[in-house]
Design a protein around this ligand. Structure first.
Ligand SMILES: [Zn+2]
Length: 356
């Protein structure tokens, strides 16, 4: 067995191995983290006769994309919702921001480790603190946003949703109000977004259910695969959209409504969606989220259920061969719900199972 000694001339027989090591180093630098280890193993298998001090996969890379196609992250933000999307043409989008505007929040840490300084499209599904607070972080820390998608619901129990909207306006960001039955155009070839629910006429309310049911509900389709984002929509909305859209609701992946509460995820709705994978964004809470009923209903239609409080940030990718799970490895320590800094109790009046 030969060993390459650092700083010594390499024998001719070792040059191919050194070239291979250099190439592997380049591959590791520019390839998805998930595949770096695989490339390492394959090269080792291909040249077992020479021991070469190969560089290990990077432990402190600051940015990576899972794959060149569509990547969706269900970010572990504690008790709240936030989904980050890398689009096939390099654009990105953020759906909700979770419960904290702190620079140490789960979302802030996620965006930092990805070096996100610009977001093309930001969606606020509805004006509850466990959805909009993290967007206050986004709009107050120099992250440039091009488009903001909002529902026309004012949370009269909170001033912070007004503050967010004022900030969006002050920064000159285009605000769009999606309409049920319409689309969102993110300008990405091959990506289609159909909107099934929103309050496009103004609503003022403080009760939780009314605001939840103003959630922008939409399905993102790409490459024959689809993901349905439910915000916190409850059974009333589920009933309405299965009447109106039925089979159009079919999706491979479901962002489960309302943190898996017992007021959402009804069986007839789930039968139309028929998701293979269902993601519940949830953290420590007093609401009983997620409910055993919702989990049972999801499983009864064949969905595999994931929850951010137990499974951490979850990631799926579609690079042309359908939606696949990817093992997300936080490059900083995984956010823990124990670290959660929640700005205030969820808006909507006295705390209750409907109110967040
Ligand atoms: Zn919520």
């Amino acid at each position: 067995m030969h060993r390459v000694i650092k700083n010594s001339p390499a024998p001719a027989v070792l040059r191919p191995a050194l070239i291979a090591a250099f190439l592997l180093s380049a591959i590791i630098q520019f390839s998805p983290r998930a595949f770096a280890g695989l490339a390492f193993d394959q090269l080792n298998a291909a040249a077992p006769q020479v021991e070469v001090p190969l560089a290990p996969p990077p432990q402190n890379a600051t940015e990576y994309r899972a794959a060149p196609g569509l990547n969706v992250y269900f970010v572990n933000v504690g008790q709240g919702d936030s989904e980050y999307i890398e689009l096939p043409d390099g654009k990105n989008a953020l759906i909700d921001g979770g419960p904290s505007s702190s620079a140490s929040s789960g979302l802030a840490r996620f965006l930092k480790e990805k070096n996100v300084t610009h977001i093309d499209d930001v969606v606020l599904t509805h004006p509850h603190a466990d959805h909009f607070s993290g967007l206050l972080y986004v709009f107050s820390h120099g992250i440039k946003v091009d488009n903001f998608y909002d529902t026309r619901a004012d949370n009269t129990g909170s001033t912070m949703d007004d503050k967010l909207r004022s900030e969006v306006s002050a920064q000159g960001v285009n605000t769009h109000y999606p309409v049920a039955g319409g689309t969102m155009d993110w300008g990405v070839p091959g990506v289609d977004i159909k909107v099934f629910n929103a309050c496009s006429d103004p609503v003022s309310a403080s009760d939780g259910a009314t605001l939840n049911n103003c959630s922008i509900v939409f399905k993102l389709s790409y490459d024959g695969a689809s993901i349905l984002f439910m915000g916190d929509a409850q059974a009333d909305v589920e009933n309405a959209i299965i009447q109106k859209y039925g089979p159009e609701l079919k999706a491979d992946v479901l962002k489960v409504g309302h943190h898996g509460s017992k007021y959402s995820s009804t069986v007839p709705f789930l039968q139309d969606v028929s998701p293979q994978r269902a993601y519940i964004e949830v953290g420590q809470n007093n609401y009983g989220h997620p409910s055993q009923q919702a989990i049972s209903n999801l499983q009864s239609v064949g969905a595999q259920v994931f929850r951010t409080d137990q499974d951490g940030t979850q990631e799926i990718t579609d690079n042309g061969s359908g939606i696949q799970p990817v093992s997300y490895r936080a490059l900083l320590p995984e956010f823990s719900t124990a670290d959660a800094t929640v700005d205030n109790t969820p808006d909507g009046g006295p705390e209750g199972p409907n109110d967040d």
